[in-house]
Design a protein around this ligand. Structure first.
Ligand code: URA
Length: 252
């Protein structure tokens, strides 16, 4: 690709991103963690998607043309082709659960089973997450909200790529803004880095409160990791207990 074409591509990608944010009533898209660090070294912990210091999310929050409910937002997303993941998907997996949930779980992206079902966390790791919600916390899936950083299944279960995460970011951000939960439980490295920035290290940083757009966020291991490393369930249970206390659930 010629340099000019590459530059044109980059600008068209940036334009698309800005339009996607504006369309749903969000402020300008976030600056990358690297850019923030460059602009202001003391903001190096700013997240890739956490634009508090980079944009003015509140400015046009109340504009009537913007999606006000999860249903409006889903309609706005439509038959999404904003990134390359649409080519391989069966269903776009938007998210499900209570629109007034106190607790939102954010995973990395739909797997094979989720792609077929059009629902988040219904495969093997989903069954484990459901067990954590029901047996561990005493809640139902309908009482919480479950979604992902990207809404379409990455081919061969690979990690979602930066451009795919960025294309989907405005919609996850808006979902969280609409629900405005008391706590986000962020599952695994990929989701945590998407919400908190690339400096995040799951083994070092899980179990400690962080925040995303002023919403308290608890990072923990992904259930798929627990299936491979059952001994890590103990740590996840510790994290879950912290969340339960925060949202007023009795820990037995
Ligand atoms: N893994 C995820 O991160 N999300 C899902 O929805 C399913 C598996």
């Amino acid at each position: 690709m010629k340099v000019e074409e590459e530059i044109r591509d980059i600008f068209s990608h940036i334009r698309g991103l800005i339009e996607a944010y504006q369309d749903i009533g969000l402020g300008p898209p976030p600056l990358s963690a690297d850019t923030l660090r460059f602009l202001s070294p003391d903001q190096s912990n700013n997240a890739a998607l956490n634009i508090k210091s980079a944009g003015k999310a509140e400015d046009n929050r109340d504009q009537p043309t913007h999606p006000a409910s999860l249903k409006d937002l889903r309609e706005h997303i439509g038959d999404c082709q904003r990134c390359k993941l649409y080519k391989g998907r069966t269903h776009l997996v938007y998210g499900e659960g209570s629109p007034v949930a106190k607790l939102v779980f954010v995973g990395e992206g739909p797997g094979y089973d989720e792609d077929l079902a059009g629902r988040p966390f219904v495969g093997k790791s989903g069954k484990l997450l459901t067990k954590i919600i029901e047996k561990g916390m005493g809640l139902t899936r309908e009482e919480v909200y479950i979604c992902n950083v990207v809404k379409c299944h990455p081919p061969k279960n690979r990690d979602p790529e930066k451009d795919e995460i960025e294309a989907c970011a405005p919609f996850l951000r808006k979902q969280l803004q609409i629900i405005n939960p008391e706590v986000i439980c962020c599952l695994g490295r990929v989701a945590c880095q998407a919400l908190l920035g690339r400096d995040f290290k799951i083994t070092r940083d899980r179990g400690k409160w962080r925040s995303y757009e002023d919403i308290p966020l608890m990072p923990t291991f992904h259930p798929a990791y627990l299936l491979r490393n059952p001994s890590a369930k103990r740590e996840v249970w510790e994290d879950v207990k912290i969340i339960m206390k925060r949202i007023g659930l009795e820990v037995k």
